[in-house]
Design a protein around this ligand. Structure first.
Ligand code: NAD
Length: 353
């Protein structure tokens, strides 16, 4: 039986994961499919109970599972710990590294009924349909880091190997090939040697995909173009830190960060999680939007299990509830009725029928 390791984590992770599991069970049940779900500790919750942000039991379970469904981790309670022990550095980064999840995939598509939820003008966001591929295991976040005392200074080293660049760029071309055949590689080649290397490799990979149009864009321009004319993008491929920043920016093109799903992949193995954090400001109040997590579960069905029809059913149900006017607080305009996390999950299940 396919195995899913379920990691609710902290804050709103505890509220949005049950909704995604509920929806998964409903859609799989409807299609006579059985999966095994097992919950494990991660993040602050794991620190409180085991002293470690990523307990060995959790890591082993994630390695054995076909896919991992994660809520979010972190919160002010654990910010006082030394950096390497905190939830993000102590759990999320090592988990990605251990599972060798080198590609983060974040699709952003504007649902027409959410046009007015974006802080950007409707005519700017109306045809947005793009995917950002972010390299996840190299670059500044994993390079050597340290401090000097005399004079006081700190450093983080940005290194990329050819293999790391080639495999994510190849995935970019493959993704573009199945879509509108446009790949934009984002770098800072006017300043960074690692970016010039990235660009050389992207141009080399391009020779194998003649039907895909490859363009290069500096990251500062890409940030500007994303709010000026985001519909120009089909697939964007970029390194770790640039992708971290651009994907949060891209989240506003889809209405709210509460709508942005993500998959971190190594072949068929994937870790699926919403793009947002644990939102301590609204945690425990039934206010969180569960749709990014529900859409992440749909990505899991599509990418790991190749259950395309079931993934489509979830995505269509989400569009249907939004079209019917269901809004969590992050999506609602002042006069609109607000539903809670659980009610939004229930509405998606009802829309599956
Ligand atoms: P955040 O994404 O948690 O929250 C930013 C804002 O967006 C908040 O106002 C929050 O209420 C809102 N928001 C986020 N998700 C929402 C949802 N589903 N529905 C409605 N509103 C939502 O980012 P932050 O405040 O910078 O970080 C909070 C904690 O989360 C920190 O400890 C941070 O380290 C952690 N974090 C974890 C991850 C992860 O687990 N992958 C990612 C980012 C941040």
């Amino acid at each position: 039986m396919p195995k899913i390791a379920v990691l609710p984590g902290d804050g709103i992770g505890q509220e949005i994961i049950p909704e995604a599991v509920k929806v998964l069970q409903a859609v799989l049940g409807k299609n006579n499919l059985k999966f095994e779900y097992q919950e494990y500790l991660i993040g602050g919750a794991a620190i409180d109970q085991t002293g470690k942000a990523l307990p060995l039991e959790t890591l082993n379970a994630c390695q054995e599972a076909d896919a991992v469904l994660l809520g979010a981790i972190g919160g002010p309670k654990w910010d006082v710990l030394p950096a390497p022990e905190r939830p993000e550095l102590g759990a999320l980064l090592p988990l990605r590294k251990e599972l060798n999840l080198y590609a983060n995939i974040r699709p952003v598509k504007m649902v027409p009924s959410l046009l007015s939820a974006s802080t950007l003008k409707e005519e700017t966001v109306k045809n947005v349909d793009l995917v950002v591929l972010r390299e996840l295991t190299g670059g500044l976040y994993f390079g050597e880091k340290g401090r000097h005392d005399h004079p006081p200074a700190a450093y983080d080293v940005l290194v990329y190997t050819e293999i790391e660049i080639r495999r994510i760029v190849e995935l970019g071309f493959q993704t573009a090939q199945e879509r509108r055949k446009k790949l934009c590689s984002v770098d800072k080649a006017n300043v960074l040697e690692s970016s010039r290397f990235w660009r050389e490799i992207a141009n080399d990979v391009a020779r194998h995909y003649p039907e895909v149009e490859l363009t290069h864009m500096y990251v500062d321009n890409a940030a500007m173009q994303m709010v000026r004319y985001p519909a120009q993008f089909d697939v964007i491929v970029t390194e770790n830190m640039f992708g971290d920043i651009l994907t949060d920016l891209a989240s506003m093109l889809g209405g709210s960060i509460g709508m942005l799903a993500s998959a971190s992949m190594n072949g068929k193995k994937g870790l699926y999680e919403p793009a947002h954090g644990s939102a301590p400001d609204i945690a425990g109040q039934n206010k969180a939007n569960p749709l990014a997590t529900i859409l992440s579960a749909a990505m899991m069905l599509r990418y790991t299990f190749e259950l395309h029809a079931e993934a489509d059913q979830i995505e269509k149900a989400v569009t249907k509830v939004l079209d019917a006017g269901y809004r969590t607080a992050d999506l609602a305009k002042p006069h609109e009725k607000i539903v809670g996390t659980r009610e939004m999950g229930d509405a998606v299940i009802a829309a599956l029928a």
